[in-house]
Design a protein around this ligand. Sequence first.
Ligand code: 0WD
Ligand code: CA
Length: 383
Amino acid sequence: KHSRPNHHPYKSGTTPRQNPPSSQGLSTRRELYERDFPVYKQPVEVGCFSLDSERRFFNDSRQMRYYVEPDRNPNFDLRDGYKDRFIKRDDRVKEKLDHILRWILANRSKLSSRVTTASPRALDVDIVTWRGHLTKLLTSPYETREGWLLAVTRFRGTLYISEVETEAARRDRENREERHEEMMYWGYKFEQYTCADNAHSVPDPGGVVNTNEAFCTVVQTRLADHRLLFSGEVDCRDKDPNAPAPPACYIELKTSAEICTPKQRSNFHRFKLLKWWAQSFLPGVPRVVAGFRDHEGVVVTVDTFPISKMSHLIKNEHNCWKPTVCMNFCCDFLSFVKRIAAEDNPSVVYLFSWEPHRDVTYSVHRDSQYSFLPHWYVEEMTS
Ligand code: 0WD
Ligand code: CA
């Protein structure tokens, strides 16, 4: 260990300053996060909202769908309707946290607001974000391909976290091949084959697939000392009226390439199940129903994966992912964010950036292109 040279610029008697903040990072190395599983409270649904075929917000469950169990070998043709019965959401439009913020304004009383001079906090939560952003954090210690950018603003004591599209992600989106474009449709088509509009009807595979439509749950939970409020899109629910209350009655639908070789099985366990586990564990959705399809987009088998069994399924894989690493990294990242994002100001953005094999770094931006809290939200929350 080498000592400080005598000509060091700091005055004697003062504590040496830390490195400039922009050079301090947070590591994503797995070994650092192999500790006891952190406290993660059972997520509680505090509300929901719907987005209609034109992406309009409704503070209700009108877009909820009901799962109808298919045949185990259904031969669903996922390519059907791609050319003539598909309305695709415009993914150039960045909605940021807007829908969640609309939900918050419509439900402020439910969030036990305490607006007092002693407590400047407008909401009784530390973090507001999309579930999908948290999924990216959970999987970062195992991610080798895609980095992320997360914009953070502290406003009235609460940290708002909103993703910014990376340059690489924008390039991929703009240069997607036609085959890939079509394969993205397959997941939505599978939903149409397995979901009905109400508990007593049947799916309508002859209808239009419109990806503007969404039903989102809003859940509250706590990860160690971080009180979280986040929203996630839910595909459907168990149609049995005696099913447990949300989120335990929710079902996540997925499609995946059929598994033919041991290598494919191993990759499925190592990469796909990690993403599926992280996404559904966060809001407390207990099961994933997967349609395994061939290269022509025909679903050959359907299987149910309980979230609670996923981490056992993977135990035979060498060097596989661990839920505790995912959760501890997320927890440490949120602590890091709380420490760095100190200025309470709706027009200041702390931009956290990560690329695989690197540390998380950040930069600070005032009144920039990155500001994401809309005026209508800031004004309503300030009054
Ligand atoms: O504008 C943005 N940058 C984002 C917007 C990024 C992430 C999400 N969103 C919004 C959209 O309003 C969407 O309705 O989030 C909603 C979904 O949020 P989430 O549940 O937090 O996202 P995630 O867990 O990543 O995805 C859940 C589902 C996906 O299902 P699969 O089975 O493929 O994981 O939401 C859909 C997709 O069906 N989805 C999206 N829908 C609209 N816009 C988006 C998106 N950007 N990303 C995923
Ligand atoms: Ca899905």
